[in-house]
Design a protein around this ligand. Structure first.
Ligand code: UD1
Length: 422
């Protein structure tokens, strides 16, 4: 198993090219199950989660040819299995994204329940309830969601009790091949959901309300779709993480290949803290702040402050003047990084879903454990400014979602080594 050894306190400066969005790449790969033609997908991030979903597609019968680490050709016209097995699904919750397309196309499928997760219970009840509303008969057998709709799915009104990103994506894909019209009420509005809508629309599916909380989809009645080449949108969370690297080390960093609109709330918060951020087309530049003020964050669905950036801002809060507060509204257990940041000397108190961070304390390097994807990146950020050496263990979490994290940071002047545990 690999770990990272970071020597803190190095000044950072330079440019970083942002990779494609993991959370867009995953539903896009799942959506190829609806596609009849050979399809090229570009700007895929070279991360473990994308490889896992590609493996799942191959297991189902898709043919995948990697042109390079960021580009593939996929052909899913001859699917031979409709069972997403535990061995693959357990590696990544987002495997649930094959439920909608498989069920809509074949009228049956089995998808292993994703099981526990470090950041909370994360159930899939809303996905299941919505499929049932579209006519599926669903039971849980031996840890699998067994779904049947022998005559295909039928469009219906789906009202989500909670806004769910992958839930919205699953129903979008199911609705695209269903019979009749589906309305998704209380839909997620994340840019990754919008990209999926636009792909289906380009493939000829009528979709109204894109980018709003109410989507209307007219299905193809099980006719497979013809997709055009897809370029995955830039990763707003990766971009936000590198903005935080600039912010925590108070250095000048330029980000390329981003969509500034997707980062509005993150940029707004960094400006509030005291940073000067300029943007031009697909380029952002963060400049050092004279004084870094404490801040407050409440995580909510897009376009609100993303839960996926909460941990990185907590690391940043340790370097701001005064007491910051972070309230987590989406995932009940997404504070695993708190105890690890405390090991580095951070002053954080936790009450329910609110963390209070007293800034201005010096961080000192230590051994810490990565617990989930974004928590891991917060530890890397803290390690960049901690005195001495920080060893981050279990970094397979990082490899799930960040392409070449240490190469990118070392390119800016950071001192990070990837080593093997004894
Ligand atoms: C997606 C993102 C993840 C991000 C999260 C919230 C992907 C692959 N992952 O995860 O990075 O942190 O959105 O922005 O895109 N819920 C239920 N029942 C369900 C589904 C969800 O109760 O059936 C709850 C969840 O426990 C959570 C909330 O709804 O409290 C939102 O979760 P959801 O948007 O579904 O997260 P994911 O789609 O899993």
């Amino acid at each position: 198993m690999d770990y990272l050894k970071i020597t803190g306190g190095k000044p950072l400066k330079g440019e970083i090219k942002i990779s494609g969005a993991k959370n867009s790449a995953l539903p896009i790969l799942a959506s190829t199950l609806l596609c009849k033609n050979l399809l090229k997908i570009t700007n895929l991030p070279d991360v473990a989660d994308v490889k896992t979903l590609a493996k799942l597609l191959e297991h189902l019968g898709s043919t995948i040819e990697w042109v390079n680490a960021n580009e593939l050709l996929v052909q899913s016209d001859r699917i031979i299995h409709t069972k997403a097995v535990y061995d693959i699904v357990r590696k990544m919750r987002a495997s649930i994204l094959v439920l909608g397309p498989l069920l809509a196309r074949f009228g049956k499928c089995e998808v292993s329940l994703p099981g526990g997760c470090a950041i909370g219970a994360r159930p899939v009840d809303l996905h299941i309830k919505a499929m049932e509303k579209m006519g599926a008969n669903i039971s849980i057998e031996n840890g699998y969601i067994v779904a049947k709709a022998p005559n295909g799915l039928k469009g219906n009104d789906i009202i989500f009790d909670k806004i769910t990103v992958t839930g919205t994506e699953n129903i979008l894909m199911a609705a695209a091949l269903a019979h009749g019209e589906t309305r998704i009420i209380n839909a997620a509005k994340e840019p990754e959901v919008i990209q999926l809508c636009e792909i289906l629309q380009t493939a000829g599916i009528e979709i109204k309300g894109i980018g709003s909380n109410e989507l209307y989809i007219r299905g193809s009645d099980r006719e497979l779709l013809e997709f055009k080449e897809i370029e995955v949108i830039p990763d707003r969370i990766e971009a936000g993480t590198y903005l935080c690297a600039g912010a925590i080390s108070n250095s000048e960093i330029i980000l390329k290949n981003i969509i500034p609109k997707h980062l509005e709330v993150i940029i707004g918060k960094l400006k509030e803290i005291g940073f000067n951020i300029t943007e031009k087309d697909d380029i952002l530049c963060i400049k050092p702040a004279n004084k870094r003020k404490a801040f407050e964050i409440i995580t909510t669905e897009y376009p609100g402050f993303p839960t996926d950036m909460q941990a990185q801002f907590m690391a940043l809060a340790t370097q701001c003047e005064g007491s910051s507060s972070i309230e987590e509204r989406l995932f009940e257990n997404r504070f695993m990084h708190v105890s690890e940041l405390q090991r580095l000397g951070a002053k954080i108190s936790l009450k329910g879903n609110v963390a209070k961070i007293t800034g201005g304390e010096k961080l000192i390097g230590a051994d810490v454990m990565a617990t989930d994807l974004r928590a891991s990146s917060a530890l890397v950020l803290a390690g960049l400014v901690a005195q001495g050496q920080t060893q981050i263990h279990r970094i397979y979490h990082l490899d799930r979602g960040y392409e070449g994290l240490e190469e990118k940071l070392c390119g800016l002047g950071a001192d990070i080594l990837r080593l093997k545990e004894n």
